[in-house]
Design a protein around this ligand. Structure first.
Ligand code: ZN
Length: 235
């Protein structure tokens, strides 16, 4: 389904996109990146990568993450989901992995899950509710509720440790719902198992390495300065 839709974008992951980096570094970072792909060989994942790279949501270089750690890759799903055509298509793709009859309601943890959650809910023609943090605690607000025993599909954009999703699942159960499946666009830690006690599926699995600054191999090589994503100048 995504094949035809995204055909024009599949040519965008050529080396031309990395022309600002020295050739040696390009080869090295691409190598690191592809090593980091957990499954990565099927066409859907290749198309997903093209979409992410085309939107500037998956960058190769030398980055300072918000945690302060350094990484050769930067992932920001919001830069893909900001485009309605992408978010709609990704929502349809995720929704295709469940049967609408099995779902009473879709829930997403705010903020990350909101856009993709809405698109999955739209594809299934089911209502969307969301959980949100109040004073750090995940909660159900705004008059949202679950009927007792309601079958609840949990949708998130990016899963790493799975913390927000776990908290969202707990809130659903507290309110009488039955979470039965987690869907997410990207899994950033596919090697981590047992994050949830319900099955989960993702469209793209990526392992993005990160390092403490004093252990960063890219700093040691001293070829490309570390930058904060989105800034045009070295940090
Ligand atoms: Zn570094």
């Amino acid at each position: 389904m995504m094949g035809e839709f995204y055909a024009p974008l599949s040519s965008v992951c050529g080396l031309g996109d990395y022309c600002y980096t020295p050739a040696k570094f390009i080869k090295r970072s691409l190598g690191l990146f592809y090593l980091g792909l957990a499954t990565g060989k099927d066409m859907n994942e290749q198309k997903m990568l093209a979409i992410y790279e085309d939107a500037g949501a998956l960058l190769t270089g030398h980055f300072i993450l918000s945690s302060g750690r350094h990484s050769p890759r930067y992932l920001q799903s919001a830069l893909v989901l900001m485009h309605p055509a992408h978010s709609e298509a990704l929502g349809r793709e995720l929704a295709a992995s469940v049967s609408a009859e099995d779902v009473d309601v879709v829930v997403a943890p705010a903020l990350g899950g909101l856009i993709i959650g809405h698109e999955v809910a739209r594809a299934l023609n089911k209502p969307l509710v969301f959980t949100e943090r109040k004073e750090g605690e995940m909660s159900l607000r705004r008059g949202f509720s679950f009927e007792k025993g309601a079958r609840v599909l949990v949708v998130e954009d990016v899963i790493t440790t799975g913390g927000s999703v776990c908290e969202c699942i707990a809130v659903v159960r507290e309110h009488g719902g039955v979470p039965f499946q987690v869907l997410a666009v990207v899994d950033r830690a596919p090697d981590m198992t047992e994050r949830f006690d319900v099955p989960h599926r993702t469209l793209l699995q990526l392992t993005v390495p990160s390092y403490a600054p004093d252990e960063c191999p890219l700093c040691r090589e001293d070829i490309l300065p570390a930058v904060k994503p989105g800034s045009r100048h070295p940090a």
